[in-house]
Ligand binder design. Structure first.
Ligand SMILES: Nc1nc2c(ncn2[C@@H]2O[C@H](COP(=O)(O)OP(=O)(O)OP(=O)(O)O)[C@@H](O)[C@H]2O)c(=O)[nH]1
Ligand SMILES: [Mg+2]
Ligand SMILES: [Zn+2]
Length: 301
């Protein structure tokens, strides 16, 4: 590209926000861009993942248009995601089925495909290993893909790689679970910064501070600073929650009442399935807690 006045329009994808600039990946490579264009008046702030129309003058780009988004997460701010890799450490910090179910609900509600990736399998042993293995089988039985990985031994890394091809994926998970480490294991040249989890706090240090999309394994992958807000969205009602539990959805036609919320209704197939052991007990208890949370929230507004 010449710096002397060559002008053209190109499409591209925003891969990074930095110091008021948007870095846009185009067929010509990365173009550092500013936002210009009337989408601003419509209240659209471009985010990472947005497909844009760019006007390029020399080395500089100006975003003219932001294409309609297929989906959008607020925190981390990112658009047009095909799948979310939900990273959970098998240990350090300890695996939490409650937190996993919360992430699953948030992602299912956005109609984004979740893939569960357990990290730090190399550190797992004893009773904790037994408990985590039971959970892994339970989530597989629901129909979720669960991949057991270690960035140390590289277990499972080659199972993750083909899933990324041709897709835009976001890595979600608490600070310190090993998101950046997994990306480094997939592609050592990335050399992303990682850091030991704080011994004092028993959790991560929020090493990654910005959302960035990187080309990896034939797709685009976003390392993120984690999900800072795990509250259910305002628009989510109690009635919506049951649709975010695929194993409930499969059985709900057998409930005696149409529109059964699987709480205190008689003849509830979901409660029956919990009793018979077909539904993993913590899935149902977490569902109940999430219902309560949304109920209490409703009272606040
Ligand atoms: N033994 C072992 N340690 C791991 C593994 N994955 C990550 N770690 C360690 O866990 C710590 C945190 O890893 P990071 O990759 O920085 O975690 P992160 O999820 O990117 O954290 P934030 O950027 O703060 O959100 C580092 O000390 C890593 O070396 C693993 O599979 N096995
Ligand atoms: Mg990180
Ligand atoms: Zn029911």
């Amino acid at each position: 590209m010449s710096a002397h006045g060559k002008e053209e329009n190109r499409t591209g994808t925003i891969i990074r926000l930095q110091g008021g600039f948007y870095d846009v990946m185009t067929e010509l490579g990365e173009v550092r861009s500013r936002a210009r264009g009337n989408f601003r008046k419509r209240g659209i702030a471009p985010v990472v993942g947005d497909d844009v129309l760019l006007h390029i003058e020399g080395e500089a780009g100006y975003i003219l248009e932001v294409n309609e988004r297929s989906n959008f997460l607020v925190r981390p701010p990112i658009a047009n995601i095909d799948q979310a890799l939900l990273l959970f450490s098998a240990t350090e910090p300890a695996f939490s089925a409650h937190l996993l179910d919360r992430f699953l609900v948030l992602i299912e509600a956005k109609e984004i495909k979740p893939v569960i990736v357990l990290t730090k399998m190399d550190l797992l042993e004893g009773e904790e290993e037994r408990v985590v293995k039971v959970a892994i089988e339970a989530y597989r039985k629901i129909g979720y893909t669960v991949i057991e990985t270690s960035s140390e031994t590289l277990e499972g890394i080659e199972v993750v790689r083909p899933l990324l091809e041709g897709k835009t994926s976001v890595l979600a998970g608490q600070s310190g679970v090993g998101k950046s480490s997994l990306l480094n294991a997939l592609e050592p040249e990335l050399a992303l910064e990682t850091s030991h989890i704080s011994k004092a706090l028993g959790r991560g240090r929020h090493t990654t501070r910005h959302v960035t999309l990187m080309p990896l394994a034939g797709g685009l992958v976003a390392d993120t600073p984690g999900f800072s807000n795990l509250d259910f969205p305002h628009e989510m009602e109690i009635e919506d929650l049951r649709w975010c539990f695929p194993e409930f959805v499969r059985l709900q036609d057998d409930c005696k009442f149409r529109g059964c919320l699987h709480l205190n209704e008689p003849g509830c197939a979901i409660k029956g399935a919990v009793e018979s052991g077909e539904i993993f007990p913590s899935r149902y208890s977490n569902y109940g807690m999430f219902v309560e949370e949304i109920k209490n929230r409703a009272r606040r507004y």
